[in-house]
Design a binder for this molecule. Structure first.
Ligand SMILES: NC(=O)c1ccc[n+]([C@@H]2O[C@H](COP(=O)([O-])OP(=O)(O)OC[C@H]3O[C@@H](n4cnc5c(N)ncnc54)[C@H](O)[C@@H]3O)[C@@H](O)[C@H]2O)c1
Length: 380
C-alpha cells in the first residue's frame, strides 16, 4: 500500500519503519526542517516537508503532537493544521488513520469534518513505549476502529501487515477512550504510590520494602514505583484529555485531578526532604542531579519532573548542576561531569552511568529514580 505518515517523531517514525519493513511504499511528512535533515540519512524511506508527497497515497496516518495549552487543556492545533495541509492533496477514498492521542470524538468531530466526505476514517491510537525492549510496535496489540465498516476493515488489514495482534473495537470513540484510560490508570496508580511514600515516611516505614511486600500477593495487585513525579508526553498529559472530555460532559474527574496534583507536588516534596537532609535548608548548598530526562535511556525532557526538582531547588537557593550525557544540552546549560557536591540526587537512572566520582569522594547520594537498582538505597 502507498502510505503517507504525517509527523516524523517517535510515533511517526516507528510506524513508518514498521510499514516500510513489510513492503509498504512509505513517505513521511515532517514540517520541522531540523528534524527532517537529521532523519533523512537514518530512515530507509523518503521524508519531505512538502505535502504534495501525499498525493497518490491510499493511506494517510496522522502522528502529530497533542500537548496541553497553558491552561493545561487539550491543544489540537497540530492536528487541525495537519488536516488543513492534507485537505487539498488527498486523492478520493483515502483511508485517514489518526494515531495521535486525543479525547473521544476527535476523529469524528474534528478530523473528518475538516477533511470532508469521500474518505474513510479510522482511529488506531499508538501505544509505543520508548526504550521498552520487550514491547514494541509489532508485538503490542493495536486497537482499531473506523467510522464505517469499510474503514475498519481496511485499517485492520493495514495494521495486520506489521502487528501481531489487532483488536477491533466498535467505534473510534472506544479506541480513543481506551488509550486515555490506559495512561490514566498509570497516572492514578503512580500518584497513589507517591502519596503512600509520603505517608510511609511520616510513619517511619520503608516505602520500597512495603511495596515489595505487597507485590508478593499473586492476584489483585500491580506494582508501581514511587518517584520524583511523572514526565513525558503521555502520563502527565493524556489524563487531562480525559478530564477535559469528562468536564465537557458534566462529570467531575476527581481521581484524575487529584492524581495530577499529587504527582505535580512530588518535586517540591522531594526538595523539602532534601532540605531536611541538609540541616533544614538548601541555601548555598551544591546539589547535582543525575538524569534529567523523564525516563531512563531516552533523551526526551518533556514534562520531566527532574527539571521541576532542579527549578524548585534553585528557587530555594541551592547551587544546582546536572549530569545527563544522553540529554547533553538543556535550557542553555550543558551536562557537567559528576563532581564532589553536598548532595547527589539520582532523578533518572540511565544505564551505564559511572557513579564512581560520587562514590570515591564520599558524596551523600539519594536515589529517587524508578530504576530497580542503582546501588544506592531508595530515598522515597
Ligand atoms: N512518544 C510516545 O511515547 C507516544 C506514545 C503513544 C502515543 N503518542 C502520541 O502520538 C502523537 C505524536 O507523539 P510523538 O511523541 O511522536 O511526538 P513528536 O513531537 O515526537 O513528533 C511529532 C512530529 O510531528 C511533527 N509535526 C507537527 N505538526 C506537523 C504538521 N502539520 N505536518 C507534519 N509534521 C508535523 C513535529 O515536528 C514532530 O516531529 C501524540 O498525540 C502523542 O500523544 C506518543
Amino acid at each position: 500500500m502507498r502510505v503517507a505518515i504525517v509527523g516524523q517523531g517517535y510515533v511517526g517514525t516507528a510506524v513508518g519503519v514498521a510499514a516500510h519493513n513489510v513492503g509498504h511504499e512509505v513517505v513521511g511528512i515532517e514540517i520541522d526542517s531540523k528534524k527532517l535533515n537529521s532523519l533523512k540519512n537514518s530512515l530507509r524511506y523518503p521524508i519531505s516537508e512538502d505535502y504534495t508527497a501525499v498525493s497518490g497515497a491510499e493511506i494517510v496516518v496522522i502522528a502529530v503532537p497533542t500537548p496541553l495549552n497553558d491552561n493545561r487543556e487539550p491543544d489540537l492545533s497540530f492536528i487541525k493544521i495537519a488536516c488543513e495541509s492534507l485537505k487539498p492533496r488527498l486523492s478520493d477514498s483515502v483511508l485517514i488513520i489518526n494515531e495521535s492521542t486525543s479525547f473521544p470524538g476527535t476523529l469524528r468531530n474534528v478530523i473528518a469534518p475538516i477533511l470532508g466526505e469521500g474518505h474513510l476514517y479510522a482511529s488506531a491510537p499508538e501505544r509505543v513505549d520508548p526504550a521498552n525492549e520487550k514491547w514494541g510496535i509489532t508485538n503490542t496489540p493495536r486497537l482499531v476502529a473506523g467510522l464505517s465498516p469499510e474503514a475498519t476493515s481496511k485499517a485492520v488489514k493495514f495494521y495486520k501487515s506489521f502487528c501481531k495482534e489487532v483488536v477491533e473495537v466498535s467505534t473510534p470513540e472506544v479506541a480513543e477512550a481506551a488509550k486515555l484510560f490506559e495512561n490514566t490508570f498509570r497516572q492514578v496508580n503512580i500518584a497513589l504510590v507517591n502519596e503512600f511514600a509520603q505517608i510511609a515516611d511520616a510513619l517511619n516505614i520503608s516505602t520500597f520494602e512495603t511495596l515489595e511486600a505487597a507485590a508478593t500477593k499473586p492476584y489483585g495487585f500491580m506494582s508501581f514505583m514511587q518517584s520524583v513525579g511523572v514526565g513525558g508526553h503521555c502520563i502527565p498529559v493524556d489524563p487531562s484529555y480525559l478530564s477535559f472530555a469528562a468536564e465537557k460532559a458534566g462529570v467531575e474527574a476527581a481521581f484524575i485531578n487529584l492524581a495530577n496534583n499529587v504527582n505535580a507536588g512530588m518535586p517540591r516534596y522531594v526538595a523539602s526532604r532534601i532540605a531536611g537532609l541538609l540541616g533544614g535548608s538548601v541555601e548555598g548548598k551544591k546539589i547535582q542531579v543525575a538524569g534529567i530526562s523523564y525516563k531512563a535511556d531516552v533523551s526526551d525532557t518533556r514534562e520531566s519532573p527532574a527539571l521541576a526538582l532542579i527549578e524548585t531547588l534553585k528557587e530555594m537557593g541551592a547551587l544546582v548542576s546536572w549530569h545527563d550525557e544522553i540529554v547533553g544540552e538543556f535550557g542553555g546549560e550543558s551536562s557537567k561531569p559528576l563532581a564532589e557536591v553536598d548532595l547527589g540526587v539520582i532523578a533518572t537512572a540511565h544505564s551505564g552511568v559511572d557513579y564512581g566520582p560520587w562514590k570515591n569522594s564520599g558524596v551523600m547520594v539519594i536515589d529517587v529514580s524508578t530504576s530497580a537498582n542503582t546501588g544506592w538505597p531508595k530515598f522515597l
